[in-house]
Write a protein that binds this ligand. Sequence first.
Ligand code: FE2
Length: 529
Amino acid sequence: MNLLQYRFGLSRRRLFQFAGAAAAGGFALTLDEKPALAQAVFAAYPFQLGVAAGDPAADGFVIWTRLAPRPLDRDRGMPAQAVEVTWEVASDPGFRTVLQTGKALARPELGHSVHVEVAGLSPATAYFYRFLAGREESARGRVKTLPAAGAAVPAARFGVAGCQHYEQGSYVAHRRLSEESLDFIFFYGDYIYEGRSARTRNAAGGPFDNPRQHLGDEIYSLDDYRQRYSQYRMDADLQAAHASTGWFVVWDDHEIDNNWAADLDQDGSPPALFNLRRQAAAQAFYEFMPLRLSSLPVGPSLQLYRRATFGDLMSLQFLDTRQYRSDQPCGDKWGVCGDLDRPEAEMMGLRQEKWLYEGLSASKSRWNVLAQQIMVMDLDRDPGPQYAANIDSWGGYRTPRARLLKALKDRRISNPVILTGDEHQNYAGEVFLDGRSPEGPPIAAEFVTTSISSGGDGMDQRPDMVKIQAVNPMLRFNNAQRGYVICDVTPDRWITSFKVMDRISDRGGSISVRARAEVAAGSSRVGMS
Ligand SMILES: [Fe+2]
């Protein structure tokens, strides 16, 4: 029994129909279902949530849209019926040469979202896509296939972004990101935030009034999560970033609940009840993200860890450090406690760990990227004589952290680079087995990307971080403005550009390169300029 049969309990024959339909762009329609609406007439423009592409491979990608004439209403302005959508992939932005077209069903079970897995295309090529429903046409998106595995590749250029708290600022950084001409974007999570507040504490410590406001209170049900994603996705700057290139998306904590760990939330709810919330959140995440069918949720679980290969230049391992982890130590409080080294702690779960180490060992790529959520550098967060860890990051899980770093070292993984989010600050630094007494050369370079908007306007460096940087020599750079990261990768060197906004409290701010970090192939030393 393969994965699809297992998940859906399908017979071999039914599986064939199902898989064929999925590959051709949608779920199969059986005879006893309500007929799909082939020529829908919409009360308002149905493509208000834009388009997206994701999980590019050498031969194709996923393209996404969602029909929603009234995106914030409970029924989204849609009938309780499947609606037919036509999709097109072209070689030019004017759609003069349409290479592939097909029909997909926007189904009510998935909130009328559409995920089409397009295959049979050429590697390392830019394509354009759009959707048609009734008499309406969607925005047009661009997405690039990856170079073929093993092909000689001179360069890659991709973006890293995440943490886009809607209430705390505009998405102008997304607009600038959309103008970067990228092979792809890695989004490290916190696509939405689950709470609601009128004021926020900013980097300087003072509260500020949020420039925008979430609809609704803290979200729990599928309808709540759908409305929250719709509110975010109606932002034109975010839509521009999605339409500009393909995204590899993972989640962090706020897609479900702050600091969740497997079936535990931060409030001590019964795990069986939190799993119902996870199930709603996982379905909404799948519905709104350009993910493949292999990430369709099953109960509260969603398969998110996966890998991609960019020619012979780079392999990317996308990790899920939320779904399989054990609980945070030290009562979830940052600081000092004796539990950081607890031997039974898990971060990725043993199955994902095995998958990761086997994949890294099999990689023939020049650079090996761990694209994930939380900081691996075990920074001392206390400038005084005591050691304090961020217990929600790898620093709070020292046993699986040591296993990960020993695997990178003992298996002689070529040029490991770790990409991280979560912290709402930029960091560049070197990773050692024990940052308190670093021995030998660093095992990996780590680049932590700030936030698109979480935390508000920010500042160059927080006063407390000046002191913390002074007691952490492996930390080469720290900054607390908003923005994103661009990675320019060649066989000989890796350059990370930290691009920051001077302000995001309105849409008038501008972007600039605050710093560049460089790693030469063969070393994990991080140089700054
Ligand atoms: Fe965040």
